[in-house]
Write a new protein. Structure first.
Length: 485
């Protein structure tokens, strides 16, 4: 167990977030594949705290349900009335106390709307707190423009924090300070519990402010310090959708930079978007206009894009995927997909297979070297190795009530404009003629022809469409033919 392992991390996520103008609770708005609170919980988990408590309030059942999905080990505490940050932390500590937990060590308090905050920064906060022997340590940041933020005022000799002064109350000298309060703190647990019992509500809002704890512990003779975040952008909070978009941009840049430093070529980072759970191997190339979402993994040497969106999809080594939408698909080694392909859940493309232009697949297993080159729908199907599916083919899998399966063997050649009416099986090495509607099984090595005999009705256009352009063209062709004879 780490010597700096926190006794608890408390995440404040009870607010409504009215400035988001949304029916969705603020902390559940998502960026890069996680909710705001999900990002904060993930960063907090990197510290391996003994207890992780999220304080919920507005839409608490919805937030609780989300938390149980993303991190079942999270505890929740309810702040029934929003009575300030100090009150919210007190609710979290009461939740732990009521279940028999006696806190001893460091308690870190973070805001649930700071998705750019990293576990590394929180770890440095805890290390500074322990090394300096502080009762409270503020996570601060030096920003280019501190307007509107609370300023960190330090003792010139010791560097200890003597006050946090809000912008409206700051003197001219204090307003020149660029070190600001992030709202993230590390506390000595026992001193925090004691001080929260002394926080007053005689302020304009009638609330319990967590920042009042700093003055209480200082008056009791304890030291208050600060740890400066390496990147001031980490502490950005989200209050509206403009800020949400900016945080998404910053996080996306961070993720792409990490990928590029690990050996991925991102041709145009400005038009490429990835989720936090996406993974790459070396020598991947990502072309412009591409979104990689969910648990997507791209193996070495693969090329994805341009203009593709892959969700929960694995791309095999050396595969090429262009102008494609894929969800829950597996693309094999050296496979070729697109342009304008749609791979739906359950699609499994074997090595060196092809799903070409305007091909849609769903719940389909395609063997090695098999090609579905263009203009086809393959649903609920198994296709063997080194088979070619003709253009404009449809696997007719739905009878209006139930889905049925089609099996096409290996080394088959099916004609263009085929309909495979499931359930049906095409044996290994079989052929089907163009324009066939296959309703019966085709034995291995057979040729299936399932179409009506062609019948030409001479003179039909002249009789039924006299004087039309078609009739005139036919007459001219007839005269020309008679002249040649």
């Amino acid at each position: 167990m780490s010597a700096n392992r926190p006794a608890a991390v408390v995440v404040l996520a009870a607010g409504e977030g009215t400035r988001m103008k949304s029916a969705t609770p603020k902390v559940l708005h998502a960026l890069c594949g996680r909710s705001l609170v999900g990002h904060v919980v993930a960063a907090s988990r990197e510290l391996d705290p003994e207890h992780l408590v999220v304080v919920v309030g507005h839409a608490r059942e919805q937030v609780r349900a989300h938390l149980s999905e993303v991190d079942p080990g999270v505890r929740t505490a309810v702040q029934h009335e929003q009575r300030g940050t100090g009150h919210a932390v007190r609710m979290a500590l009461d939740e732990l106390s009521d279940s028999g937990v006696v806190l001893d060590g460091t308690v870190i308090v973070v805001c649930g709307d700071t998705p750019l905050l990293t576990g590394e920064t929180l770890r440095r906060l805890g290390e500074t707190h322990a090394a300096d022997g502080n009762a409270v340590t503020v996570l601060s940041a030096e920003v280019p423009d501190a307007t509107g933020y609370g300023r960190i005022v330090r003792d010139a000799a010791s560097g200890a924090v003597t006050a946090i002064v809000e912008h409206k109350d700051a003197s001219e000298a204090q307003r020149a300070v660029r070190e600001i309060n992030s709202g993230v703190f590390a506390f000595d647990a026992r001193l925090l519990v004691d001080a929260l019992g002394k926080v007053r509500t005689d302020n304009s809002q009638g609330e319990e402010y967590l920042t009042d704890v700093l003055g209480i512990v200082r008056e009791a003779g304890h030291r208050v310090g600060a740890a400066v975040a390496a990147d001031h952008r980490e502490i950005l909070g989200i209050n509206n959708r403009v800020q949400l978009a900016e945080a998404r941009r910053l996080l996306n840049e961070r993720l792409l930079e990490r990928a590029m430093l690990a050996g991925v070529t991102v041709v145009d980072p400005a038009s490429t978007f990835v989720d936090v759970s996406v993974s790459f191997e070396q020598d991947v190339t990502v072309h412009p206009g591409t979104q990689l979402l969910g648990s997507t993994h791209v193996a070495s040497g693969a090329e994805v894009g341009p203009h593709s969106r892959l969700t929960d999809t694995s791309v095999g080594e050396g595969a090429v995927v262009s102008f494609t939408v894929a969800e829950g698909a597996r693309i094999g080694v050296g496979a070729n997909v697109g342009p304008y392909a749609y791979l739906r859940p359950g699609t499994d493309l074997g090595p060196r297979s092809k799903a070409g232009a305007y091909v849609e697949m769903k719940n389909a297993s395609v063997g090695e070297g098999t090609k579905v080159p263009h203009l086809s729908y393959v649903g609920d199907a198994t296709i063997g190795e080194f088979t070619n599916i003709g253009a404009a083919s449809v696997f007719v899998n739905y009878d209006g009530e139930a889905k049925h399966h089609t099996t096409v063997g290996s080394h088959c050649r099916t004609g263009s404009d085929n309909m495979f009416v499931a359930p049906v099986t095409i044996g290994d090495g079989a052929y089907t003629a163009a324009g066939s509607v296959i309703t019966k099984d085709v034995p291995p090595g057979s040729l299936a022809v399932a179409r009506g005999q062609q019948r030409n009705i001479e003179g039909w256009v002249a009789r039924k469409r006299p004087g039309s352009a078609a009739a005139q063209a036919a007459a001219a062709a007839r005269r020309e033919s008679e002249g040649e004879r």
